[in-house]
Write a new protein. Structure first.
Length: 165
């Protein structure tokens, strides 16, 4: 037996003001999308914006449902829209932010486990890292250069290869 340590490599900024123009712009798009979220149950509005390699920006926001399990997170709404509308265009980055009517969101919002797996699928699909820009209403911003920093030991298509012998 051996103990394996896993390290997460993220860049932390004190505020949105420290980000470069492209990252700030993508967060502005995510915030605009967040304001259109359908969150009548949790009152937790999440917005995501995706930058494709061709410069197109796509938005997504959380969509809740009275039957809770069938709602969908902002990240997956955006990433699936990219896959459906631009299936041959790689994703460069995704910005994620949130606010709430009931509490302050003063820390970066990270993708849930299902969204991490969905982002991992697109990294694997295009053999290219996707930059994640994560923010709350205020406070620090986190940037990960790949979902592997948030989801080590990923499950992907390589794990489904058929035995040849």
């Amino acid at each position: 037996m051996k103990n394996v340590e896993i390290h997460c490599n993220l860049t932390e900024y004190e505020s949105v003001d420290e980000l470069d123009l492209d990252d700030r712009e993508l967060l502005v798009e995510a915030k605009a999308s967040m304001n259109k979220a359908y969150a009548p149950y949790s009152h937790f509005h999440v917005g995501a914006a995706i930058m494709l390699e061709n410069g197109i920006i796509l938005r997504g926001n959380n969509q809740e449902n009275a039957s809770y399990p069938i709602g969908l997170c902002a990240e997956r709404v955006a990433i699936f829209a990219a896959g459906a509308n631009y299936p041959n265009v790689k994703i460069k980055a995704i910005a994620i932010t949130a606010n709430s009517d009931h509490f302050h969101v003063n820390k970066p919002i990270t993708p849930c486990g299902a969204c991490r797996q969905a982002i991992a699928e697109y990294e694997h699909r295009y053999a290219q890292d996707i930059r994640l820009i994560m923010a709350g209403e205020a406070g620090k911003v986190l940037i990960a250069n790949s979902i592997s920093n948030l989801l080590p030991y990923q499950f992907n298509a390589d794990d489904l290869k058929i035995k040849t012998t």
